[in-house]
Ligand binder design. Structure first.
Ligand SMILES: *[C@@H]1O[C@H](CO)[C@@H](O)[C@H](O)[C@H]1NC(C)=O
Ligand SMILES: *[C@@H]1O[C@H](CO)[C@@H](O)[C@H](O)[C@H]1NC(C)=O
Ligand SMILES: *[C@@H]1O[C@H](CO)[C@@H](O)[C@H](O)[C@H]1NC(C)=O
Length: 284
């Protein structure tokens, strides 16, 4: 009896300590397993998760039109373009099959291009569906702002240690945007618009994707014209008529396309964005 009592007392005294030790130990085990998994597979794990999450979000928000697209399949097709390849050896054509699979209905008269005006353009397209930019399409939305690459003889996908935009021409990110921009521009139909930055020296810059890829892919048998919206601040003096780079744009544009240019101040666009209900066409 006495022995049991002593034993019980000891045991009950020891228990809280044992339990705390166990809890701490388990917490450490769980933490290190989680950390190990996240660190060890961060690149492929999180890129795939981000890709499929964004893809599903897009499909949910744009229900109907693209319901045949399955995000896991699109991910596999995306991966094929660059996995196992040297990260400076991925040409834009590597994405042809992806871009063919995820073809989207062209939005005639609503397509909006941009160069050096990304923030204001997307603030506007997020608020209204008057216009559609590349980043408002499934692949553009899914990959906007992401970095990715593969490595020779590896099946992994990486998000760090990838070439920068200017490191090599045929890097996986740059080639994707070049290929996707070319495909997007080639479907432009009716009247398209472009927002160019009137606060900088060269609004139509020959090295931009708009000048070097998109303008070259416009198809005058489906497109009527291009409207340049030159976005300025109140203090800017640039106009459609005086800017030299816009003359270059007119020269490069297929003569069958009607060219229009309008100066639009940032505050006009901002006012428009702040309207509770945007009426397309009334903004500028
Ligand atoms: C135009 O470019 C300048 C310099 O890069 C930038 O500060 C400004 O926000 C741009 N304007 C618009 C409307 O995006
Ligand atoms: C990629 O791996 C193959 C096979 O070992 C090799 O022949 C090739 O030179 C490698 N390419 C690069 C760019 O490292
Ligand atoms: C332009 O569009 C027409 C009509 O859709 C098409 O037949 C033609 O192949 C396109 N041209 C180019 C260069 O893609």
């Amino acid at each position: 009896m006495v022995y049991t009592e002593v034993n019980e007392t000891r045991r009950s005294r020891r228990n809280p300590l044992l339990i705390s030790l166990c809890v701490v130990f388990m917490a450490i085990v769980i933490l290190s397993v989680t950390l190990g998994l996240t660190l060890g597979r961060s690149s492929s794990g999180s890129l795939k998760a981000t890709f499929t999450n964004r893809c599903q979000t897009y499909l949910k928000d744009n229900g109907g039109t693209t319901s045949q697209n399955d995000c896991e399949k699109i991910w596999e097709s995306f991966k094929k373009a660059f996995v196992g390849r040297n990260p400076c050896d991925v040409p834009p054509e590597a994405y042809d099959s992806l871009l063919d699979t995820v073809s989207q209905d062209p939005a005639c008269n609503r397509m909006l291009f941009w160069s050096k005006t990304k923030d204001i353009v997307h603030a506007f397209t997020e608020k209204s569906s008057c216009y559609l930019t590349l980043e408002d399409t499934l692949l553009g939305f899914t990959l906007d702002g992401l970095t990715w690459c593969g490595k020779n003889q590896s099946q992994e996908t990486f998000t760090t240690g990838c070439p920068e935009w200017s490191d090599c021409v045929n890097n996986p990110v740059r080639s994707f945007w070049n290929g996707a921009s070319a495909a997007f521009a080639a479907t432009a139909c009716g009247d398209a618009s472009v927002m160019l930055n009137g606060s900088i020296d060269v609004p139509f810059n020959p090295t931009s994707i708009f000048a070097s890829v998109e303008v070259k892919n416009f198809n005058s048998s489906i497109m009527n014209g291009l409207t340049v919206l030159l976005v300025t601040k109140e203090t800017d003096t640039k106009t459609c008529g005086t800017d030299a780079s816009l003359k270059d744009l007119q020269k490069q544009l297929d003569p069958k396309l009607k060219y229009t240019c309008k100066v639009v101040t940032q505050s006009t666009i901002q006012n428009c964005i702040s309207q509770p209900q945007i009426t397309c066409g009334d903004c500028w």
